[in-house]
Ligand binder design. Structure first.
Ligand code: SF4
Length: 419
């Protein structure tokens, strides 16, 4: 092996070079030799090549600038790459590849240490947050949404249940004179596994024994069988994460279709269970505002304000491990093909883009804001000031936000509001 091969092989260690098609590997190696790329430059070009493939755009060989000076080549390459990030995505000719067709995972039940109840894992004082408490009834999820950060926390192929979950829940001592808002849909999907390991039995009993707890089940499934077959305590709230058909078809793999989710919510509302909807993430692509408006309108045509407790909005925020994990997967996704701007240490859309999407969303629900049974609207994990520019009001603290949310939820759920 000659000196150069050795140097190059050292440079590509801990990169995703070997995941690139052979032709692109050979091309990058040749260019690195001809232009004497540094380790950092090689790494950047490998990531660019990977992103182009994941985004289903022209590949690195097709877009590589032709010039004798390395400096010019690299700056032209970066601007081509950034232009692809800046232009609104189009899913028109987007071809999915290796997107999972069936759920492949194994179940594991073990007596876990500790109890998965705590503050929402992404809550922060840097963002305007509702202080949600999250309860991890199950770890990891059987769906495969390309943007999901859960995949970077848990092993995707194993769904873990806590065999002593029901006992721990029974032993949980809460302040009876305080209203709590607890969600079970952060570390997994709340309903896709039904009553496996008796988790819904335990959670329904917990809700019945703790009438001061608002227990929220959040899902992308239509698995409401247990809810239809059992009495649902009034302090239980069932919410659906919704998106446009374009994003569900291309980025939310294995989940229930938009219509199936809305139908499931309608069936529960018919049974008197209060429902809610989360649009998180709202994703920017060609004609997205119009497509989201159609979904917002469908909800208002399908539900009465008195049946709906909340509607929330949020958007893409990426931590580095998720971007790395996405690049390591051999599939197609346009989810990271976006202009990144820092959002409290994470990567997200530019502020102006977020302000536009949130204002369009909020303005699309006027009917539910002026109704006597008005619905509670909120932004999830967003900048303090963007509320004012999107909703026309803002909270000065997370506690104020939480208080307003709980007073609205308890009113709609016909519960006493205890502070
Ligand atoms: S606003 Fe969103 S991120 Fe913040 S605590 Fe509530 S659910 Fe969690």
């Amino acid at each position: 092996m000659n000196n150069y091969d050795e140097k190059f092989n050292n440079s590509i260690k801990n990169t995703i070079f070997c995941k690139l098609p052979t032709k692109e590997q050979e091309f990058i190696k040749e260019q690195a030799y001809l232009l004497n790329f540094s380790f950092q430059e090689i790494k950047q070009i490998i990531n660019i090549a990977r992103d182009l493939s994941m985004w289903d755009e022209k590949n690195i060989i097709e877009i590589f600038p032709n010039h004798e000076q390395k400096k010019v080549i690299l700056s032209r390459l970066k601007s081509i790459y950034n232009d692809l990030r800046l232009k609104p995505n189009s899913y028109k000719n987007f071809e999915l590849k290796n997107s999972p067709k069936e759920q492949k995972y194994t179940f594991k039940a073990l007596d876990k240490e500790g109890f998965g109840l705590g503050l929402c894992p992404v809550a922060s004082e840097k963002t305007r947050c509702c202080n949600l408490l999250t309860l991890d009834a199950v770890e990891s999820c059987g769906f495969d949404c390309s943007y999901c950060s859960i995949q970077s926390f848990y092993n995707q192929n194993t769904i873990t249940f806590d065999s002593s979950f029901a006992d721990k829940l029974k032993d949980l001592k809460l302040d009876k004179n305080k209203t709590y808002h607890i969600g079970t849909g952060q570390a997994s999907d709340s309903l896709m596994f039904g009553n496996r390991e008796g988790i819904l039995d335990a959670l329904f009993e917990f809700a019945s024994n703790n009438p001061n707890v608002i227990l929220e089940f959040k899902t992308k499934s239509d698995n409401i069988k247990y809810f239809m077959q059992n009495n649902v305590p009034k302090n239980i709230l069932c919410t659906w994460s919704l998106n446009t058909k374009t994003i569900i078809d291309n980025e939310e793999h294995l989940t229930a279709s938009l219509q199936k989710r809305i139908n499931a919510a309608r069936r529960l509302a018919d049974k008197g269970v209060k429902v809610g909807f989360h649009f998180h993430p709202i994703v920017e692509y060609e004609n997205y505002l119009q497509e989201y408006k159609e979904v917002y309108q469908t909800l208002q045509d399908t539900f009465l304000a008195k049946e709906v407790v909340l509607v929330s909005f949020g958007t893409l925020t990426f931590i580095k491990p998720v971007i790395k994990q996405l690049r390591e997967r051999d599939f197609k996704s346009k989810i990271t093909q976006m202009p990144f701007e820092d959002a409290n240490g994470k990567n997200s859309y530019p502020y102006a883009t977020k302000q536009k999407m949130f204002k369009s969303a909020y303005d699309s629900f006027k009917a539910w804001q002026n109704d006597d049974n008005k619905v509670f609207f909120y932004l999830c994990m967003e900048d303090h000031n963007i509320w004012q520019e999107s909703f026309g009001y803002q909270y000065s603290t997370n506690n104020d936000f939480e208080k307003d949310m709980l007073s609205s939820y308890t009113k709609k759920l016909n519960m006493e509001f205890l502070i």
